[in-house]
Design a protein around this ligand. Structure first.
Ligand SMILES: Nc1ncnc2c1ncn2[C@@H]1O[C@H](COP(=O)(O)OP(=O)(O)OP(=O)(O)O)[C@@H](O)[C@H]1O
Ligand SMILES: [Mg+2]
Length: 296
């Protein structure tokens, strides 16, 4: 059953497996991702759509190494993103990833051009090359006559296009967008999404864009639907949860999982290469038949 992740990651830019995220606040736990699996090809434009609270932003933060998952793995070019230490996470974010958020994170006092130059300056790029690249990016996204305007002199859609240029400044391989058109009307949304599409096609940037708007999702090559922390249509996990094993080896298996896996009062435990396999004990009249629950 266990797949060869090395082989899979040779085919894909990004491989996500069994990704789980539990937020803990005091005694309260929120399971934001319950075992998410997907792959992204190099140069692909992927939309992730789902209702509010389904785990979209959480997933994007893990992909951008802004936070660590509770369990599971993200392989980028075959390397584990979640295993990176703080310094390497920072380098991954700086060298590989560009972020665009719902509300553009532009510096208010700087012109569009200077906003796009800034990340290159911070990365130590020479000033003439930075100005040239910033100009090219702004022109490509249709902002040639807006270069010297400051954010408060630009429309919402123009601001978001400048934000895309800022994200592209240091030539990231991966662009992550979180509800980037969330504040825009439908006409402006089209302009911004066309720009994102152009970015993907002209620069070959891999794009993962999160939205709850089906029209926005349509711009992508492929759409993944997320609900309650799981990708819809994902086959091999019936339901994921996280539990703890106490010092005496006791573990609470949540009711839903027990029901789905057909676990009765007594179970069989097997250590496998994937983790612990807990199966119903097949004695007539006792355990109900059902599927195995594999808990790593
Ligand atoms: N830092 C946090 N601490 C505790 N719970 C969190 C935290 N961040 C997110 N959550 C919870 O995790 C779940 C998923 O949140 P997330 O922000 O990923 O959803 P989303 O799909 O991006 O929603 P939206 O469309 O509203 O932005 C929600 O139940 C949310 O309340
Ligand atoms: Mg969100």
């Amino acid at each position: 059953m266990s797949e060869n992740l090395d082989q899979i990651s040779e085919q894909y830019k990004i491989v996500v497996r069994d990704l789980m995220k539990v937020y803990r606040r005091g005694q309260k736990e929120v399971i934001a991702l319950r075992g998410v699996d997907f792959e992204v090809s190099e140069g692909e434009f992927l939309s992730i759509i789902g209702p509010s609270g389904s785990g979209k932003s959480t997933l994007l933060k893990m992909l951008g190494a802004l936070d660590k998952p509770t369990a599971g793995v993200i392989l980028y070019d075959g390397h584990s993103v979640n295993a990176l230490d703080d310094r390497r996470s920072m380098l991954y974010r700086r060298q590989k990833v560009g972020f665009v958020w719902q509300i553009g994170n532009l510096v208010p006092g700087l012109s569009a051009l200077k906003n796009v130059i800034l990340p290159m300056k911070l990365a130590g790029a020479p000033s003439s090359a930075s100005t040239e690249r910033a100009t090219m990016l702004l022109e490509t996204l249709g902002l040639a006559d807006r270069m010297n305007h400051k954010p408060n002199q630009l429309s919402g859609g123009e601001n978001q296009r400048v934000a895309i240029c800022v994200a592209l400044a240091n030539s990231p391989e991966l662009l992550l967008g979180d509800e980037i058109t969330g504040e825009l009307d439908s006409e402006t949304t089209e302009v911004v999404m066309d720009s994102l599409k152009r970015t993907n096609k002209e620069f070959g940037t891999t794009v993962i864009n999160v939205t709850h708007n089906p029209k926005v999702a349509e711009y992508a090559d492929r759409v993944l639907r997320i609900r309650d922390g799981l990708i819809e249509g994902q086959k091999h996990i019936l339901y994921g949860d996280i539990t703890e094993i106490d010092a005496k080896g006791r573990m609470v298996i949540p009711d839903t999982i027990r029901r789905l896996a057909g676990l009765g009062k007594r179970v069989v435990l097997r250590a496998t290469s994937d983790g612990l396999l807990i199966s119903p004990l097949d004695t007539s009249g006792e355990a109900s038949s059902g599927q195995d629950a594999s808990i790593e």
